[in-house]
Design a protein around this ligand. Structure first.
Ligand code: ATP
Length: 247
């Protein structure tokens, strides 16, 4: 299958300690992959490397031709919600990469933003300040923004953290619809049962790749134990990597 994104010997270090260590593999076009692993395994760093937000100390991320835009949902904790904008304006930031600072927003775009809000179950919320929303409502807003971005590759960092069951299943349906549209979706997740149910592919990380492939095969006891053991070893004896550093 054709690759959307390839990782070639990808190594990223913070203060000379590798968070990702010689990662090799590809995300196939149209694949739906869960990135899983213990805390500190390098999952968020992987998404940031794909986006170019952290520097690769060795190796590279190759985004294959005509993949186009990449949409990104960061962890909510990384977003400042005190910024005084409305739900509609926040959603319309999804147009940013296309219209830029001086581009115009036409009536059709406003209508599509309203449709995106309806699709995530937030009809009637357009004029609300984002600071007034619950965590789950705000996550729906961020999904609506991704709908407008119309990206071929979508990266989601813990999309269901602190989100209730109903919102989770609504947002999972949207992820499934992206998958049905042949978009490439990569999501950092912690709930292994949910991964088993809804994500055909998994990448199990513990700084290195522990396993990458069909979820049923990746999520076996042996691999999970190996990931835990590797993560524990990192805490106590993290080797200093010879390559440079990212932050
Ligand atoms: N900006 C940074 N500066 C220094 N170290 C960092 C930075 N960001 C991440 N790290 C370290 O890199 C390692 C991997 O972090 P990362 O956030 O990628 O892990 P994760 O798998 O997403 O963890 P979690 O499941 O806890 O969110 C951790 O040891 C973390 O402390």
């Amino acid at each position: 299958m054709q690759a959307a994104i390839s990782l070639q010997n990808l190594t990223v270090s913070y203060r000379r300690h590798p968070a990702l260590h010689h990662i090799n593999g590809s995300f196939a076009r149209g694949s739906l992959t869960a990135v899983i692993g213990p805390n500190g395994a390098g999952k968020s760093t992987l998404l940031k490397s794909i986006l170019g937000l952290v520097r690769c100390n060795d190796g590279q991320v190759v985004t294959h031709a005509d993949v186009g835009r990449i949409a990104y949902l960061p962890q909510q904790a990384e977003i400042d919600r005190s910024f005084p904008i409305t739900v509609q304006d926040c959603v319309m930031l999804g147009y940013w990469s296309r219209v830029g600072l001086w581009g115009g927003i036409d009536a059709g775009m406003v209508q599509r933003a309203q449709q995106a809000l309806a699709a995530v179950g937030l009809e009637g919320f357009a004029g609300r300040p984002i600071a007034s929303l619950s965590v789950g409502q705000f996550q729906r807003v961020l999904f609506a923004r991704i709908l407008l971005q119309d990206a071929q590759v979508i990266l989601l960092d813990e999309p269901f953290a602190a989100i209730d069951t109903r919102t989770t299943s609504d947002l999972l349906r949207i992820i499934q619809s992206w998958h049905a549209e042949q978009r490439t979706v990569i999501a950092v997740l912690h709930d292994y049962e949910q991964v088993r149910r809804a994500f055909p592919q998994s990448l199990l990380l513990a700084r290195n790749v522990v396993a990458w492939g069909d979820t049923g095969e990746v999520l076996c006891d042996e691999n999970l134990q190996r990931a835990r053991a590797m993560a524990e070893a990192v805490d106590e004896h993290a080797p200093v990597c010879a390559v440079g550093e990212s932050a």
